[in-house]
Design a binder for this molecule. Structure first.
Ligand code: PLP
Length: 450
């Protein structure tokens, strides 16, 4: 029963990104089932998963084709490695499919098991590339404040979360950060488009400060995810692209959340109109059914690295047969069921329209998002968009009401509520998300005695 799972959990399991004391006071929620956009707990309560797990279950839970692909691969060959001179068919087939759904400059993939490892691979790969082309001094990577690029030493260093850097003396040397393109927070007095250009100019300033001859790459998420679903003005990315080209700096798109349809195209860089040299991915490649990640490597970089001797880097599970078999089934499903088109043309615009109806709520400043990744900005004062004191944790109060009402949404930095459901969510299910969110905002208002 649930109590004994909770007792064993408390005794033996340290949870990631969790305050253990408060977790075990409340008791861990034990999740046992999933179907479509719904999950079920050990006591048979059903919840609509408005976060697709951790923004990853793009195809929804319980897809028979993904389950069969894993089980068939387990039966025929559960493991073999890709080191040295071997590969398994599923890893080659997935590489071919990934090239098919990627922008033209990407024909080759380097596999990892997670987004964090993908971004660690990026750090080593870009430095290796510059070594091979005779510019070994190009070592610095520029990233952005409040980015999330993972939890490994490299991933957490690239991330721009001060509370992560505070633990373990991060970032490591050679990684610096610039401000994010957050119009509502930083764009006062400018139009959105003017602000986009200004935010991009912070990259140029940083390049000049570090010295262009020392800069290896700029890395960013198309839309910052864990940093609050901050959608940049449309002028931002083309200007970033221009600056990277001007100083010959590699542009890395962290597509771990945005990849595989979330913004309404296969990749976020396609939604925002830029051409990266590298793209990291994870999550949606298998819809989270099994761990898999990697880096799409453009011809510019791959041609050098493939002809540059051994790149001394790799993981026991790089190109794992089962993960890749599920990846193949997942990408085929997204193609066959036209799920990416559905996000762009139907579900995304419908969610946008429905969320806009919340704008009249006293606690809602505005909504921000694209495709099926959205933020609701909670504010204390609608006329100025002033935020509540951080200690009040108003978004966490609202998240808990939502959960009691049967919906999982996430509370994130700067008092934002996040909604990023499986991409297969129906219109009726979107209605339910918005209806529960409104009810939970109302209950939050009462709780705050406003
Ligand atoms: N990059 C982005 C944009 C992410 O959102 C995440 C995880 O949320 C990561 C990287 C790290 O991926 P993983 O948790 O698979 O290591």
């Amino acid at each position: 029963d649930t109590a004994s799972w909770q007792a064993a959990d408390k005794a033996h399991f340290i949870h990631p990104f969790t305050d253990g004391a408060s977790l075990h006071k409340e008791g861990t929620r034990i999740i046992t089932g999933g179907e479509g956009v719904w999950i079920r707990d050990n006591d048979d309560n059903v919840l609509l998963d408005g976060m697709a797990g951790l923004w990853c279950v793009n195809a929804g839970y319980g897809q028979p084709k993904l389950i069969e692909a894993a089980s068939e691969q387990l039966k025929s060959l559960a493991y073999y490695n890709a080191f040295f001179h071997t590969a398994v068919p599923s890893s080659i087939e997935l590489a071919e499919l990934l090239a098919e759904v990627s922008p033209a400059q990407f024909k080759r993939v380097y596999y990892s098991n997670s987004g964090s490892e993908g971004n660690d691979t990026v750090i080593r790969l870009v430095r290796h590339y510059w070594d091979l082309v005779g510019k070994p001094e190009r070592k610095t990577l520029i990233a952005r404040n409040f980015a999330y690029h993972g939890s490994t030493i490299g991933g957490a260093s690239l991330s721009g979360m001060p509370w992560m850097h505070a633990q373990g003396d991060l970032p490591i040397p050679g990684i610096v950060h610039i401000e994010q393109p957050h119009y509502e927070a930083l764009g006062s007095g400018l139009t959105r488009e003017q602000f986009g250009l200004k935010a991009a100019s912070w990259l140029e300033e940083k390049i000049i400060e570090v010295g262009p001859e020392n800069v290896a790459a700029f890395i960013a998420e198309p839309v910052q995810g864990a940093g609050g679903v901050v959608v940049p003005p449309s002028s931002y990315w083309p200007e970033i692209q221009r600056i990277c080209r001007k100083y010959d700096i590699l542009l890395v798109s962290d597509e771990v959340i945005c990849g595989f349809g979330r913004t309404g195209n296969w990749w976020g860089c396609q939604t925002f109109g830029y051409e990266p040299d590298l793209m990291t991915f994870a999550k949606g490649v298998t819809s989270g059914y099994v761990p898999l990640g990697g880096v799409m490597v453009s011809d510019r970089v791959a041609d050098v690295v493939e002809n540059g001797g051994i790149f001394n880097h790799g993981y026991t599970y790089s190109g794992h047969p089962v993960a890749c078999a599920v990846g193949v089934a997942n990408v085929k499903l997204l193609i066959q069921e036209k799920i990416v088109d559905y996000v762009r043309e139907d579900a995304g615009p419908y969610l946008a329209e429905k969320l806009a109806t919340l704008n009249d709520h006293p606690l809602v400043g505005y909504t921000d998002g694209i495709g099926l990744m959205w933020a609701i900005q909670i504010v204390k004062d609608k006329s100025t968009n002033a935020l509540f004191d951080y200690d009040k944790q108003v978004n966490a109060i609202c998240r808990e009401f939502a959960r009691k009402n049967g919906l999982i949404i996430r509370a994130i930095v700067n008092d934002r509520m996040i909604i990023a459901p499986p991409l297969v969510i129906s219109r009726a299910e979107i209605d339910r998300v918005v209806e529960i969110t409104r009810r939970s905002l109302d209950e939050t208002l009462v709780e705050l005695q406003l």
